[in-house]
Each structure stands twice: as structure tokens, then as C-alpha cells.
Design a protein around this ligand. Structure first.
Ligand code: UDX
Ligand code: UDX
Length: 484
């Protein structure tokens, strides 16, 4: 007989746990989903009647929340109760890169995963399938298993038992709902057939059987890291080519199109941009690097580390180009930053290229106006670690010299007055429709648009007389760069 499943618990109501459980609840209305989190504010936002207050923005999420919330999907901070009743527990907490101690800067901090496993060990009843949903370093399942096994042997409670499975999530932010509803594959790693089948039955409600892959637990963990490392590597590769395009007169869009037609290469993930961001790519590659170093595979470690190094170099390169084009200085010049999220259709800013680029420009003395349709200015302040400029505070402290530039946030796009340049850093749809002939009149001349996402209409921008720099477009460079 199979393992009976009725109640599901997910620890961690973040960018992964929240949408994943929402989609599962919509596809499996006969099961109950309890999503728990230690963060009270986050849970209150998930429960808010005002759906624009959900803690994360994802196209299609609101609609599913309306259908499922308080029907078979519940958000709460009652971790004990959710664990007690659960047949399957997904661990979906964050695993940031360690900032200190052994493996600092590379390995993931597993303290939240360990804490979650300990909570499971403390409160679970009967048989429980524990599923790693968070992306984790290879062999983390062992840590979870150790904690749970020790509870199994030492518990005074009757008959508690566990199976640990790895079931990494491959959703990308901004398309999370679509990715969850129609995944390329569902990966289930483990060594207990019954538990693996029980978990796969959940997915079978909407995922065709041939897309559900069974592997051993270590392959599953490593496959997730490898998948992200390969995707990130493609972006670093194409971004490195963009630099070559700019100096040779080639156009990276044309190069991408040409190589993408090769079915062995494929056309996805070949868009040159300001450098990859997001909570996963850098962290997962660094985990791979740490793993390789740990096993004395130093050349392997160097190979993957270079993917991250090129990404940082590339972000710095963009700042340098902006400064160079603006006659070598941006001090006291108003620059408009279009987009702060690490990609469009999300309010997430983790590892966004905008953080480094904006910080560097502020340090160079620029006066930034930052626009983003979904990111909150408080988040920007936290990311930049520089307070938002306020006129009042400035007047009070007018005797104090500012050592660098400043930034302020704008919700509206009426911000082009007196601007020397515009930098497009996130590919939000609304930036494609800016009326450049209207904005040009307000800008300081010579005015510049730096498009790191290739979304502005180049012809329209250039028609107005604005100088355009597009990432990886050597053909524009050749025509326009009179300052070299
Ligand atoms: C995910 C994955 O789980 C992580 O492994 C991946 O590499 C990055 O993305 P994500 O959902 O994006 O994490 O993280 P986040 O949005 O920070 O959400 C994690 C949630 O877990 C937070 O709301 C946090 O409060 C919660 N949490 C953390 C707990 O409920 N308990 C803990 O002990 C620790
Ligand atoms: C990624 C993986 O795609 C997903 O499978 C995994 O589960 C989590 O990590 P995510 O980080 O949410 O998802 O977004 P993704 O679309 O992969 O973009 C990551 C970064 O790469 C963004 O900064 C994006 O702008 C950039 N990118 C992506 C490019 O610069 N060019 C591209 O062609 C694609």
C-alpha cells in the first residue's frame, strides 16, 4: 500500500515556498497545504485582503491566491501545528552564502535548514516525508537525515519515522506560476521508492508522468546546482562576447541569433544584459566551487569561479563606460536609473546588477533618480547601504560636505528634467514605450541613453539626437563614439 497523504506543510513562505504551494493547492484541491514562516509580517502580507500587499509580485499569483487561500491553502506562523499534522514537509527556507567562518564567501549557510529539520524532529507525528525544496549544497540531505534519525532513535514519542527526499524547484522569478504549472521536468531524488512515489503522485495531478524523473538523492542535489551553473555560464559567455562586439563592430544580438539557431546551442539564455542577478546563480556556482575545492578539484573550481568573476567584471565595465562617455565624470550629474529588480516582473532585488552599478555611480558623485515599478525604496536603501537623499535633511546639515553623490526614488516616470543620461537596467515593459522625442527636450545636452537590456527602440532614440549606447552593439559604437 502507498503512503497516505492528506496534509502538506511548507516551511518558508518566500519566493519559492509561496508560489510553489499556491500552484500545488490549486492543482490538488483534495489536499491541505499549510505554509508556515517565522516572519510574522510576511505571513500577515500573505493573508492580506489587499492582494497588492502580497509579499512577492508574480504574474498570475493573485488570481490563484483568490482561488485557494483559506480553502485548502493556509498561511500561518503556527509551525508546531503544521508539522504535527503533516504527511509531507517541504523545507523551503533561504540558504544564503556564509559571510564568516569556514567556507565564508562560498558555501551556503545551512543554519535555517538545520533549524527547520530540528523543528520537524521535535514536532512531527507518525511517518513524515521530508523534502528539500531549497537549493542546497550536495550532501545536505545527510545533515537532515542525521538530525531526523537521531530523533527517531531518541524520541519518547511513539513511532515516528522519516524519509528524506530532494525535490529541487526550477521556477524562475517573474514566470514562477507558468513554470510551476508547466515544468520542463520534476526531479525527485531519494532511495525510498514508496516515498518517491507518494511525492510524485502530488505532481501527477497536473504534470505528465514522463516529465517526472527519479534519481538518487545526490544526483538530484547536484543536478539543481549544475542546472543553474550552466544557465549562468551561458550569460557570462554571451556578456563576454558583448565586450568583443563593441570593439570589433559586431552586434551581440546578431551573434546570439546566429548561434541560437544551432539546435545544439539553442536560443534561450543568450540575451546579453547587465550581468546576472537573483538569489540563485551566484550562490549556487559558489557552492559548486566550494565543493570542488573541498575535494581538491582546484581546476574545476577555477573554471566555475570564472563565471562569477566575469559577471562582476561586466557590471563594473558598464559603470566605467557610463563615466567615460560622460566626459570622464558623473559628479553632480543627474542620471536616471530605469529598473532596480534583477529582472522584469519581480520585486526581487537580490544580487541585482543595479545594486553594484548604482553604488559605484553614487561613489563617483552622481545624482541618481531610481525608478522601478515594483521595488520598494526601503529595499533599495537596504541594498545600496546608502540612505535616500532628502532635501530637509540636506538643509539641516548643509555645512557637512557630502563625500559622494546621492539617490532618490521616483514612482513616476516624469523624471527626465535636467538629466544627463538614462540607464536601462531592468527590461520592464513600460520602458519600451518611453517617448524619447518628448524626454529629449528636457535633458541636458549632449544627452545619453545607456541601454543594457536592448529594449529601447534604437532608431527612435537616435532620431531625437540622443546619443545611444547599447550593450554589445559595436555598429553603434563605430558610428557614434566621437569621444574616443
Ligand atoms: C529560495 C530557496 O529556498 C533557496 O534555497 C534558493 O537558493 C533561493 O530561493 P526563497 O524562497 O527565494 O529561497 O527565499 P526567501 O524569499 O528568503 O524565503 C525564505 C523564507 O523562509 C523567509 O520568509 C524566512 O522568514 C523563512 N524562514 C527562514 C523560516 O520560516 N524559518 C527559518 O528557520 C528560516
Ligand atoms: C534561476 C533559474 O532560471 C531557475 O531555474 C532557478 O530555479 C532559480 O534561478 P531566476 O534567478 O529567478 O531563476 O531568473 P532567471 O530568469 O534565470 O534570470 C537570472 C538572471 O539572469 C537575471 O538577472 C536575468 O536578467 C539574467 N539573464 C537571463 C540574462 O542576463 N540573460 C538571459 O538571456 C537570461
Amino acid at each position: 500500500m502507498g503512503i497516505p497523504i492528506k496534509n502538506i506543510c511548507c516551511i518558508g513562505a518566500g519566493y519559492v515556498g509561496g508560489p510553489t504551494m499556491t500552484v500545488m493547492a490549486s492543482k490538488c484541491p483534495y489536499l491541505n497545504f499549510n505554509v508556515v514562516d517565522i516572519n510574522k509580517e510576511r505571513i500577515a502580507s500573505w493573508n492580506s485582503d489587499n492582494l497588492s500587499k502580497l509579499p512577492i509580485f508574480e504574474p498570475g499569483l493573485k488570481e490563484l491566491i483568490v482561488k485557494t487561500r483559506n480553502r485548502n491553502l493556509f498561511f500561518s506562523t503556527n509551525i508546531k501545528e503544521a508539522i504535527e499534522s503533516a504527511d509531507i514537509i517541504f523545507i523551503s527556507v533561504n540558504t544564503p552564502t556564509k559571510t564568516q567562518g569556514l567556507g565564508a564567501g562560498k558555501s551556503s549557510d545551512l543554519k535555517w535548514v538545520e533549524a527547520s529539520a530540528r523543528e520537524v524532529a521535535k514536532y512531527s507525528k507518525g511517518h513524515t516525508i521530508v523534502v528539500e525544496k531549497s537549493t542546497l549544497p550536495v550532501r545536505t540531505a545527510e545533515v537532515i537525515e542525521n538530525i531526523l534519525n537521531s530523533a527517531e532513535t531518541n524520541s519518547k514519542r511513539e513511532e515516528i519515522s522519516f524519509n528524506v527526499l530532494s525535490n529541487p524547484e526550477f521556477l524562475a522569478e517573474g514566470t514562477a506560476i507558468k513554470d510551476l504549472e508547466n515544468p520542463d521536468r520534476v526531479l525527485i531524488g531519494g532511495d525510498n521508492q514508496k516515498a518517491m512515489i507518494a511525492l510524485s503522485n502530488l505532481y501527477k495531478a497536473w504534470v505528465p508522468e514522463e516529465k517526472i524523473l527519479f534519481t538518487n538523492i545526490w544526483s538530484s542535489e547536484l543536478a539543481k546546482l549544475t542546472s543553474n551553473a550552466f544557465l549562468a555560464q551561458r550569460i557570462s559567455s554571451i556578456n563576454s562576447i558583448s565586450a568583443i562586439c563593441e570593439v570589433t563592430g559586431a552586434d551581440v544580438r546578431e551573434v546570439s541569433r546566429a548561434i541560437g539557431k544551432d539546435t545544439r546551442i539553442g536560443s534561450k539564455f543568450l540575451d546579453s544584459g547587465p550581468g546576472f542577478g537573483g538569489s540563485c546563480f551566484k550562490k549556487d556556482i559558489l557552492n559548486l566551487v566550494y565543493l570542488a575545492e573541498y575535494f581538491d578539484l582546484h581546476d574545476v573550481a577555477k573554471f566555475w569561479e570564472s563565471v562569477v568573476e566575469i559577471n562582476s567584471w561586466h557590471q563594473k565595465r558598464i559603470t566605467e563606460i557610463v563615466v567615460k562617455k560622460l566626459f570622464g565624470t558623473v559628479a553632480n550629474k543627474r542620471l536616471i536609473i530605469l529598473g532596480f529588480a534583477f529582472k522584469a516582473n519581480t520585486n526581487d532585488t537580490r544580487e541585482s546588477a543595479a545594486i553594484k552599478i548604482c553604488r559605484d555611480l553614487i561613489i563617483e558623485g552622481a545624482d541618481l533618480i531610481i525608478h522601478d515599478p515594483k521595488v520598494n525604496p526601503k529595499q533599495i536603501e537596504e541594498d545600496l547601504q546608502i540612505k535616500q537623499f532628502s532635501e530637509e535633511e540636506q538643509n539641516e546639515k548643509s555645512t557637512i560636505k557630502t563625500i559622494h553623490g546621492k539617490w532618490r526614488f521616483s514612482k513616476s516616470l516624469e523624471i527626465f528634467e535636467e538629466a544627463h543620461a538614462v540607464l536601462v537596467l531592468t527590461e520592464w515593459e513600460e520602458y519600451k514605450h518611453i517617448k524619447w522625442d518628448r524626454e529629449f527636450k528636457k535633458m541636458v545636452k549632449p544627452a545619453w541613453v545607456f541601454d543594457s537590456r536592448s529594449i529601447v527602440n534604437a532608431e527612435e532614440v537616435q532620431k531625437t539626437g540622443i546619443n545611444l549606447w547599447r550593450l554589445g552593439d559595436g555598429s553603434i559604437e563605430k558610428e557614434k563614439d566621437i569621444f574616443k
